[in-house]
Design a binder for this molecule. Structure first.
Ligand code: GLN
Length: 483
């Protein structure tokens, strides 16, 4: 059963070839079998899942099912799930049972999807390898000595190892696209404001965006149909009509103009990844696309700007974790200051503390103009680069990461080398434009990812282009050995 895509499982459920209870039990059994090694789940909600599966089977029998009714999914453990621990990969929230449901997970529940559990992530989504989680690193099913990427590495590993049919992720600087690339999945980072952030624990509010991670573009389209849409509870949610993502998957690519940003193919890009993308370019040409070299001249400024803006917002967002209202509280505080200091000191891990310090510094009087304001100006230049590019081309094709997945521990003592791996993904977050990552090939058994970036609200087109590519390639059908 687990070899089927989400779309195929949906059909099997609707035609009653399988039941949701059978399917859910099957995934729960696989989690038991494989997740000791992979560590892709922080919490498995077996009882809840079986209860939801039963209800889903009844709904299918009653003829009121949606395409997601009965489909077992997993959610990144920063979406608040009512009555279920929502840890954000942090000791700070290890004891936090969310009292409400995030809009995204509520929409999946309403559609009848099953929640298998909550997936591992870098602490507060800060990282690119899932190694900064309080719950230990997640392993990549393609090579368990290697990272699955991050911060949505738990979701990526769980989908890649067939421990769920699809999963949610969030992308602040690449956390959907980079792990999708590292595990041969398809992952969509929507336009900023397309998917509600309500109940999604904030890292950097002006950059965070939730999205689907699944095996294929079609699967992502099915999930996106439920995730997208205006939400009055999120003031940054955009009131734009939602496309019919699955209906648009089959549009032809003839005449599509694809731009290759020359800055993204310069030094530092691994040769196998570059070759894979050039092969993909040929496929797109065969499908009728025209290729053009373009320039995103300010791309090299993206990392320094992002690593000022994201920590600045994080330092503000994370100030709510003070040991008073919820979350971790130190033992026997001597006074209020001691309570704050030790609760935060003991509750947060090293990477989170580093970001809080960098962010507080960049926002402090005297440094604000020199760092934060400058970074905001660069952000505008990067946005302008995209706007200029989309005058010439419809979408941009580029790698997701400079290298294939690296070894666990390889970059852990050198945070800057880890930050540099975000080079190809963070520009889209700074500009707010959507991007889809999809598998482009393999090198020595390791997945190589590519991404397509589009103009604001071009999710349907991006899914369509990825789907057309997946009709003529089979990278997305390959499974890691043993899974
Ligand atoms: N790696 C980036 C960071 O650490 C992006 C993480 C993300 O998208 N959540 O900030």
């Amino acid at each position: 059963m687990h070899d089927k895509t989400l779309a195929a499982l949906s059909q099997a459920l609707q035609s009653k070839t399988i039941s949701s209870v059978e399917l859910t039990q099957h995934y729960l059994q696989r989690i038991e079998q494989f997740d000791q090694t992979l560590n892709s789940y922080i919490t498995v909600t077996a009882d809840l899942a079986l209860e939801q599966a039963k209800a889903a089977d009844a709904r299918i029998a009653a003829g009121s099912a949606t395409p997601l009714t009965g489909i077992p999914l997993a959610h990144k453990d920063l979406f608040c799930t009512q009555g279920v621990r929502t840890s954000c990969g942090s000791k700070m929230l290890d004891n936090f049972i969310a009292p409400y449901e995030s809009t995204v997970t509520a929409r999946f529940i309403e559609a009848g999807a099953v929640t298998l559990g909550k997936t591992n992530l870098d602490e507060f989504a800060m990282g690119s390898s899932t190694e900064s989680s309080f719950y230990g690193p997640t392993r990549n099913p393609w090579d368990t000595e290697r990272v699955p990427g991050g911060s949505s590495g738990g979701s990526a590993a769980a989908v890649a190892a067939r421990l769920c049919a699809g999963a949610t992720g969030t992308d602040t600087g690449g956390s959907i696209r980079q792990p999708a690339g590292f595990t041969a999945l398809t992952g969509l980072k929507p336009t900023y404001g397309r998917v509600s952030r309500w109940g999604m624990i904030a890292y950097a509010s002006s950059l965070d965006q939730g999205g689907p991670m699944a095996r294929t573009a079609e699967d992502c389209a099915i999930m996106m149909q439920v995730m997208a849409g205006f939400d009055a509870k999120d003031s940054t949610s955009v009131d734009e009509p939602v496309s019919n993502y699955t209906a648009e998957l089959n549009a032809p690519l003839k005449g599509l103009r694809i731009g290759l940003p020359k800055e993204y193919f310069a030094s530092g890009l691994d040769a196998a990844t570059a070759d894979a993308i050039h092969a993909a370019v040929k496929q797109f040409q065969t499908l009728g696309a025209e290729i053009k070299e373009i320039s995103l001249p300010n791309a090299e400024l993206a990392i320094p700007a992002y690593y000022v803006i994201a920590p600045a917002e994080a330092s503000s967002n994370l100030s709510r974790f003070d040991g008073v209202r919820f979350g971790y509280r130190c033992e026997n505080p001597s006074d209020l200051t001691d309570l704050y200091k030790r609760s935060r000191g003991e509750g947060f891990g090293d990477e989170v503390k580093r970001r809080i310090m960098v962010g507080a510094y960049a926002l402090s009087a005297g440094y604000y103009d020199a760092y934060y304001l400058q970074a905001q100006k660069i952000r505008r230049l990067i946005k302008n680069d995209f706007l200029a590019a989309y005058e010439q081309v419809d979408v941009i094709l580029c790698p997701t990461s400079p290298t294939p997945p690296f070894k666990i521990g390889e970059k852990i003592d050198d945070p800057v080398s880890l930050y540099l791996t975000d080079i190809y993904t963070i520009t889209a977050n700074l500009a707010g434009v959507p991007g889809i990552a999809l598998p482009a090939g393999f090198a020595q058994g390791l997945p190589l990812g590519m991404q397509l970036l589009g103009p604001y609200f071009s999710e349907a087109r991006l899914l369509n282009i990825a789907h057309q590519y997946q009709q003529v390639t089979d990278w997305h059908h390959r499974a890691p050995a043993g899974y």
